[in-house]
Ligand binder design. Structure first.
Ligand SMILES: Cc1cc2nc3c(=O)[nH]c(=O)nc-3n(C[C@H](O)[C@H](O)[C@H](O)COP(=O)(O)OP(=O)(O)OC[C@H]3O[C@@H](n4cnc5c(N)ncnc54)[C@H](O)[C@@H]3O)c2cc1C
Length: 324
């Protein structure tokens, strides 16, 4: 990283600390392979992890100053759906995972059926919190890596459910106008419209998802736990956690008439490998890092797979993972 940029970033962080004191983990030239589930990716100029109640003000101060100085900021959740370039990430990678926990308001009027989470809360922690409170509705997510913020941004889906089914509202900080108040977006209303298959309105909004509220229902704690364990076990049995990966790499598409994984399977591509990246021998739509894969290997394998599918079927595969 040019010394000039490092000085700029360091000065911005110092200014923001004065505005809102936060516990900060600051690392320069930090390998992103440490922060992605694929375990690939080059160095971030600056990896920054703020923690504590000052997080929102710190974030707002940081994003406006960084933008004014021409320093890009990338928001990182659990790194479970991204392929980070081997050349790394310029500017600041802001890790949201320390902005975590349940944030229910004291004046909640839903009879205890709403749970509000800070966006950096892991899906696992959100699941356990709901289960302990005897609230049903989030079980479909159990075992999925990542954070609440990442899942909302992606409109994550699995086991017959998707985030938009249970999301009531989201509080965001507008990255363009960050000194303004936090905006509340109600799912299905106004700007909140726009959820679809792996789509959320936030993908077009340039904002930081700060908090997310889920409308749940009272349920039986044992049944909730059993359902969560069932989903976690199913993922385990399907090999999801055997190798570094990011889950499905391509989107499904109804027009294909079958799951993308099945199309790739039928072309005999399981086990197909470029460098250290391989189409999982156990799942056509999962690419695994067999050890020593680079992000370029993953990208090349995705491109080649899409090319073969197009040649054989005419279908154009769309990546589900994001290239950073
Ligand atoms: C083993 C395995 C299984 C998986 N199974 C599934 C599955 O069944 N279904 C499914 O949908 N996905 C699945 N995934 C993918 C992944 O778990 C989800 O996409 C998850 O929601 C990503 O969350 P994250 O916090 O890791 O986001 P990241 O990968 O860190 O980020 C994803 C995007 O969200 C943005 N973002 C993250 N947090 C915020 C925030 N607070 N505000 C604004 N933007 C934000 C990032 O900038 C980035 O653009 C799987 C992944 C793995 C490794």
């Amino acid at each position: 990283m040019p010394q000039n940029d490092k000085e700029k970033i360091s000065a911005i962080i110092e200014q923001c600390k004065k505005i809102s004191p936060c516990a900060l983990d600051i690392r320069y030239d930090e390998p992103m392979s440490e922060h992605t589930t694929f375990k690939t990716g080059g160095k971030a100029d600056c990896y920054l992890s703020p923690a504590g109640e000052g997080f929102p003000d710190f974030y707002a101060a940081l994003i406006s100053r960084a933008r004014a100085a021409g320093i890009p900021v990338f928001i990182l959740g659990g790194g479970a759906n991204i392929v980070v370039s081997d050349n790394g990430v310029r500017g600041i990678v802001l890790y949201s995972g320390e902005w975590r926990g349940c944030a229910n308001a004291d004046d909640d009027t839903t009879g205890g059926e709403r749970l509000v989470f800070h966006s950096g809360t892991s899906i696992d922690e959100a699941n356990e919190t709901a289960s302990a409170a005897g609230l049903t509705g989030l079980e479909f997510l159990a075992g999925m890596p990542g954070t609440v913020g990442g899942a909302v941004w992606m409109n994550a889906r699995c086991y017959g459910g998707e985030i938009a089914d249970v999301l009531e509202w989201t509080e965001t900080i507008d990255n363009e106008n960050s000194e303004s108040v936090i905006q509340r977006i109600v799912t299905g209303q106004g700007e909140g419209v726009g959820f679809g298959y792996k789509q959320s309105p936030f993908q077009k909004m340039d904002c930081f998802i700060l908090n997310a509220a889920f409308k749940l229902k009272k349920g039986d704690k044992d049944k909730i736990q059993i359902e969560m364990e069932k989903n976690r076990r199913d993922r385990q049995e399907k090999g999801h956690y055997l190798f570094p990966c990011a889950g499905s790499v391509f989107k499904n598409n109804r027009d294909f008439g079958k799951p993308t994984g099945q199309i790739i399977d039928e072309l005999g591509l399981r086990g197909f490998q470029i460098g250290g990246a391989q189409i999982a021998p156990f799942h056509g739509n999962i690419i695994i890092n067999t050890g020593g894969a680079t992000s370029s290997d993953i990208r090349a394998l995705m491109d080649k797979t899409a090319e073969k599918v197009k040649a054989a079927t005419g279908f154009v595969l769309e990546p589900e993972v994001l290239f950073v």
